[in-house]
Write a protein that binds this ligand. Sequence first.
Ligand code: FAD
Length: 420
Amino acid sequence: MSDQQQSQQSERPEPGTERRVVVVGAGMAGVQTAVALREQGFTGPVVVIGAEPHQPYDRPPLSKAVLLGKAEDSAFDIDFEALDIELVLGLDVTGLRAAAHELDTPSGPVPYDVLVIATGAEPIVLPGTEGVLGVHLLRTLDDAARLRPVLDERQDVVVVGAGWIGAEFATAARAAGCAVTVLEAADRPLAGALPAEVAAPMAAWYAESGTELLTGARVDHVEPGRVVLADGRAIPAGAVVVGIGARPATGWLAGSGIALGPDGSVTADTTLRTSLPDVYAVGDCASFPSARYGERLLVHHWDNALQGPRTVAADIVAAAGGDHPAPPAYDPVPYFWSEQFDRFVQYAGHHAGADTLLWRGDPADPAWSVCWLRDGVLVAVLAVGRPRDLAQGRRLIEAGTRIDPVRAADPSVPLKSTAL
Ligand SMILES: Cc1cc2nc3c(=O)[nH]c(=O)nc-3n(C[C@H](O)[C@H](O)[C@H](O)COP(=O)(O)OP(=O)(O)OC[C@H]3O[C@@H](n4cnc5c(N)ncnc54)[C@H](O)[C@@H]3O)c2cc1C
């Protein structure tokens, strides 16, 4: 045995004395935390508990290939057994007793040394429609399975909410040949995410695909076979799909003493530790302070559920002793993509209303992008069919680069060569 191997071995805790990590939530963030722990050399017990009965799976395909029947499921290609990760599926964790280092579950208490909360988000229900036949949400594999026959039977569909999920569902339903009406209470799609001048051209995508988009349309109630609007109009609906946003799934933490934000997120710190000792939170359920953007961020996108777990795992491994350094502060440039109406839409960064908007190309064209600048520094990019703008912009944002606004407004100039 080499000296190095010997010293590494002496730093490792005795088998049986290693800390037991329990992850609650078997979605992207939970599973990636377990995998990252192994990748980073953690040898203690790792248990992942998930409420859903299915083998852990990826959510983005649910509104795309899975919905259209092009893929049966989207299970992660991970060999949990080989990684010595214990999966406990179909078990709902109902409470946390931090003083005892225990979780409550219907099958009894589960002890932990280190806890990772990765319970994701749950869709917001349209008031009065819970349990109403023919009204659907789209968050889980079971939701997608319930929606498949709606598409197969080409039912008339009403989608409530012209956000990311609503647009992706409408795209799939149109591809399947359904008549689709999208109801949006605001005056444009994606009103909560993008400024009016950027979102307004996207309304044309709906019309182009044969989807009827009704803006300023507030739902009053849903009756069997129709949706009634506040102005009295009634829209026939074989099925109703509600996509009006999601909230952190943190209700089960009530009474645990953990700090939550007004948005319901677990308020984690720069290495995703929570207000309770030995408890981390990651993914859609957790917000974190971003020095980069000067505010606390709650990110409901896939990339955050991939990156955050690496920080959590590194901090757990560092806290276990040895020569592992503590990870740097988690302060990513948020990234997401959406596939809608035959377009590949990508966004990196984070913008505020006061940032300067700069167009690269004409939104009437199939490909264009938009940059946001703060004091001359690139802070966000939205790219429609221009993945190079996205990739180059993301690197410039990461580096906090000032760009030349005149050259950047010319879409024939590569974004990377506009750096000052
Ligand atoms: C239909 C759809 C399409 C999407 N498409 C995109 C896309 O194109 N691009 C993009 O960037 N992002 C997309 N997203 C967002 C992305 O999938 C999420 O950000 C990501 O799944 C978050 O992962 P997570 O592990 O934090 O949460 P989740 O995926 O929600 O996983 C949390 C898990 O925890 C379980 N759980 C909750 N409470 C408990 C409890 N008390 N006990 C035990 N288990 C519990 C839940 O059942 C769930 O399985 C999409 C999301 C959806 C729903």
